[in-house]
Ligand binder design. Structure first.
Ligand SMILES: *Cc1c(COP(=O)(O)O)cnc(C)c1O
Length: 360
């Protein structure tokens, strides 16, 4: 069975090299006679796997020493609630940028716990654009400010990091972390569900500046308390061991293929090729303002949506799958995370050109 080019927004493709290695190590992990899935999380072998994964992630992102890296469960969605519980204990106010579906979800969850002020809102533009940097005014007295650097559904991505002054900046990087280098020191907290660009579902990464620990609200569930998790090396309970191991394999593979500088070059090239194909044709259309187009999630519409089904069927027969757009946007969406080879984007562009010729 040949592997397809899977354009799913998440869970998404993993590098074939990583899957092959996991397969080879599945039954007998390095002479232990057991699978990583079957090991105690407190045993020497797994602790070694866990520490190596963290060290490699730190290297990839150049994470400064005054940040903790947590390997948690519950997805980005659990963090929507964990953030106000961990940080909303001063003025009880928080600033949020409302720039897409995931911002909406994060805001809804935060509103249950803190006084949310929406300081930028692109919902009236159907989330097809972003605020310019100088259009956002943050409150000086907020406990934190939150935004979503890449909105997975609308396909918009911030080309800048908002300046919040002394207010800690919190970023949901679920669909962009590891796509390129970032300056971690600009953030108070970075978090991401793994299933887009890191590893299998079930693992959630939280990178938190140490001075933000120990401020949680009274009554916070221990599982959601970053200080408790940091103190326990993310092993307050049984962590998602296999997903952690898989993420570690992905980190190793990224380091071996040139790190995030190299990924950024490839990702930029992949996105440029796809947007060029869309813009270069009257048959396809991407609704996002060009300055804010995502490198990772590319929605596009056909000139005639009656052809959507034919497009998906024909693409599928050529091994180009999961191209259907999110129901709230319609049309198509190609998610082109790190693990999507450039050859996959080339194949999609070739198919799109051919399809437009035949049906345009
Ligand atoms: C997928 C996604 C989420 C939801 O992640 P879960 O891990 O399923 O909770 C949140 N934010 C963004 C930006 C996403 O892409």
């Amino acid at each position: 069975m040949a592997r397809v080019y899977n354009f799913s927004a998440g869970p998404a493709m993993l590098p074939t090299e990583v899957l092959t290695r996991a397969r080879d190590e599945m039954i007998d992990y390095q002479g232990t006679g057991m699978s990583v899935m079957e090991m105690s999380h407190r045993g020497k072998t797994f602790v070694g796997i866990a520490e190596q994964a963290e060290a490699n992630l730190r290297k990839l992102l150049s994470i400064p020493d005054n940040y903790k890296v947590l390997f948690l469960q519950g997805g980005a969605s659990s963090q929507f609630g964990a953030i106000p519980l961990n940080l909303g204990n001063g003025s009880g106010k928080a600033d949020y940028l409302n720039t897409g579906h995931w911002s909406v979800k994060a805001i809804a969850e935060a509103k249950r716990l803190v006084d949310v002020k929406v300081v930028a809102d692109t919902q009236p533009q159907n989330f097809t654009t972003l605020p310019a940097e100088d259009e956002i005014t943050f409150s000086g007295d907020a406990d934190y400010a939150h935004y979503t650097p890449n909105e997975t559904i609308a396909g918009v991505e911030f080309p800048y990091i908002p300046d919040t002054g002394d207010v800690p900046l919190v970023a949901d990087m679920s669909s962009t972390l590891l796509s390129r280098p970032i300056d971690v020191s600009r953030f108070g907290v970075i978090y991401a569900g793994a299933q887009k660009n890191i590893g299998p579902a079930g693992l959630t990464i939280v990178i938190v500046r140490e001075d933000l620990l120990g401020k949680a609200r009274e009554g916070i569930p221990s599982m959601l308390d970053w200080s408790i998790q940091a103190e326990a090396d993310s092993m307050f309970n049984t962590p998602p061991t296999y997903a952690w191991y898989m993420a570690g394999l992905v980190f190793e593979q990224l380091l071996a293929s040139g790190g995030l500088e190299e990924m950024a070059k490839i990702n930029r090239r992949k996105a440029d090729k796809l947007y060029a194909a869309i813009d270069g044709s009257d048959f396809y259309r991407n609704p996002v303002e060009p300055a804010y187009r995502s490198w990772m999630n590319v929605p596009f519409m056909l000139a005639d949506d009656a052809l959507d089904k034919t497009f998906l069927d024909e693409a599928g027969r050529q091994g180009l799958v999961t191209l259907s757009g999110h129901r709230s946007v319609g049309g198509m969406r190609a998610s082109i995370y790190n693990a999507m080879p450039e050859a996959g984007v080339d194949a999609l562009v070739h198919f799109m050109n051919d399809f437009a010729k035949r049906h345009g």
